[in-house]
Write a protein that binds this ligand. Sequence first.
Ligand SMILES: *Cc1c(COP(=O)(O)O)cnc(C)c1O
Length: 393
Amino acid sequence: MMNYNVDENGFYGEFGGSFVSNSLRESLEELKLNYLRIIESEDFQTEFGYLLKHYVGRPSPLYEASNLSEKFNARIFLKREDLNFTGAHKINNSLGQVLIAKRLHKKRVICETGAGQHGVATATACALMKMPCRVYMGEADIKRQFPNVCRMKMLGAEVCPVKTGTMTLNEAVNAALADWEKSSSDVFYVMGSAVGPHPYPDMVARLQSIISKEIKQQLVEQTGRNCPDYIVACVGGGSNAMGAFYHFLDECHTKLVLAEAGGKGCDTGMTAATVQSGTADVLHGSRTLVLHDKDGGVADTYSISAGLNYPGIGPALANLVKKGRVSAYPVNDDEAMCAAFELARLEGIIPAIESAHALAVLPKMKFKKDDIIVVNVSGRGDKDLETYLRFVD
Ligand SMILES: *Cc1c(COP(=O)(O)O)cnc(C)c1O
């Protein structure tokens, strides 16, 4: 059987690794030596498990969407990560990483955010655990995701606007990494997705793997089967996708499908469809698939969804795509918007624009009547209402 796990050097096949300056090597080495021991310890499992249940509200429901099922003539289940406290899957990862930071005796947290969901989740975890928190966010995202900026400030976090390049997620990650490089060893970087240098991609995937663990149990209860035919998830860096796929990676009967942000179209230059058009390169400390511009630099990406607007994907997913275990569909802005309205009207659920990309894959696929499809609804749409309403006008 194919092995999709990370190796001891932090590689997934040809992707991954740790390409960082000397000043970060020590912090990463410390994390690498300790993260598995901490995550697997009884003490961590007890505290993390308690918080996931009583603070986040897990398990999140697995809901059989009958109206959507009727429309696509198959059994469609929605994994409701949108119902988590703070409105997305991000809180699973933020709580886990801040618990790890505590156990490593760190005094302060920095992070980056795109749509603001990771910033809000990390600011929440930091308030709870009495950690000062600094969030880097692109100026363009600050404008389009303003409610989340207000939430972070109310939670006591410092929000630092990033004004370089496209002023979105890519530049926010650059700014956060630059800050981390010059910070002292008592600062912990809470990475928001399954990206970055080893061991972040593996650590984040493990913290998010609760999603697929629950899907397995819930499917058995509701259908008598423990594996669906398909799991569909949107991908920015890949944390909700890795979480939803994790416990199914070796179940070759289950097809794993990514929805990536096509933006205005893969051939328009206004896109973030990394799997479609990316090539191998080093981005944010790991070797992975990266979108390039015609001069070979990292491309300026575009998507209507701030959370998917990223020029790379995590190295684990890059490897899974390369090995043929995971397939990807680009979804354009307007297709995602239509899928969001469809879910709202058919099921009464307003998804995040990110999650709407996953739903928009359904009409692109062919199903059999008995097929079981799980779509990961990574977050809720409250933050996106303004964008949705502008689309209807
Ligand atoms: C951040 C975010 C994403 C994209 O990030 P991944 O790491 O790829 O999961 C998707 N959906 C929502 C709701 C988000 O907040």
